[in-house]
Design a protein around this ligand. Structure first.
Ligand SMILES: [Zn+2]
Length: 277
């Protein structure tokens, strides 16, 4: 009898793990998008795939390996290729990158966030490598990816890729998605992973980076406060990580949310179920 219950429990655990939905981004082969490339490798071990010299995220589905290739916003349109490492050398797997028009967005912010004092410039020069290092890191760990959780509810106030003009001056394109929400609205981890940066940065304000393994990372900015977490802590998808605020270069309370693959910032809405930009 006891054995019966045990088998039933084991079966239920097995079934629930089989039906658990997994994150699968929408493909869009444009700058700032994602190319999903089939890799003709049969072995169990993840294939080694590179794009622009960066190692690429790979995942097995129905006995087929795929690479999720992040296409940077500054990628030239036309022919591109990833390299698949084999015993016979690196084999190119070509794909096409199509053009995408991103609109211009004009914003007004505090002048100190556009024309930086020498002190602030020195601060930014110190902070940039720390953030980039956390975002661009490839950690060779394969984490199961349950359904992605949208980090906060609210109106999309600025889309990914917008060409930004601050106080009349052109700056870098928008590398994330902005969700406007009242100060104090909970912010949740989009996917499971490890916290690899937590700090107050000049442009990004109170910010966390979560590393989801294999070069997939996420960034959460402008928080009013952090949850009680530190660098090195592991978080679950949907776990509270902080609250919406307007710290750093910001025009009002919102979450700036970035997703990155192989050191390329990609459109976070490609990871959301409903098609919104
Ligand atoms: Zn933003």
């Amino acid at each position: 009898m006891r054995f019966g219950w045990l088998s039933l429990t084991l079966c239920l655990v097995l079934v629930s793990s089989l039906v658990q939905a997994a994150t699968w981004p929408r493909e869009e082969r444009v700058p700032g998008g994602i190319a999903i490339i089939k890799i003709p490798q049969q072995s169990e071990a993840p294939p080694q795939v590179f794009f622009n010299k960066q190692r690429v995220y790979t995942v097995k589905k129905n006995n087929q390996w795929y690479a999720w290739v992040g296409i940077p916003l500054n990628q030239k349109t036309g022919k591109a290729q990833v390299y698949w490492r084999t015993r016979d050398g690196d084999l190119p797997l070509p794909f096409q990158v199509k053009h995408k028009d991103y609109p211009v967005q004009e914003l007004k912010v505090a002048p100190k966030h556009v024309n930086l004092s020498s002190e602030d410039l020195a601060r930014v020069r110190k902070e940039t490598p720390e953030l980039r290092g956390a975002m661009n890191n490839f950690r060779p760990i394969v984490l199961p990816l349950p359904n992605l959780v949208q980090p906060t509810e609210g109106r999309k106030s600025s889309s990914f890729g917008f060409r930004r003009v601050f106080n009349g001056e052109s700056r870098n394109p928008h590398s994330g998605l902005d969700i406007a929400a009242p100060q104090g609205t909970p912010i949740k981890a989009a996917l499971p992973g490890r916290i690899t940066a937590k700090n107050n940065y000049f442009f990004n304000g109170n910010t966390l980076v979560i590393d989801h393994g294999q070069g997939l990372t996420s960034l959460y900015c402008h928080m009013s406060r952090f949850a009680d977490l530190k660098v090195g802590d592991e978080v679950e998808a949907g776990q509270l990580i902080g609250e919406v605020g307007t710290t750093g270069r910001s025009t009002g309370p919102h979450l700036h949310w970035t997703m990155s693959l192989n050191a390329a910032r990609v459109n976070p809405s490609l990871f959301l179920k409903e098609a919104n930009n």
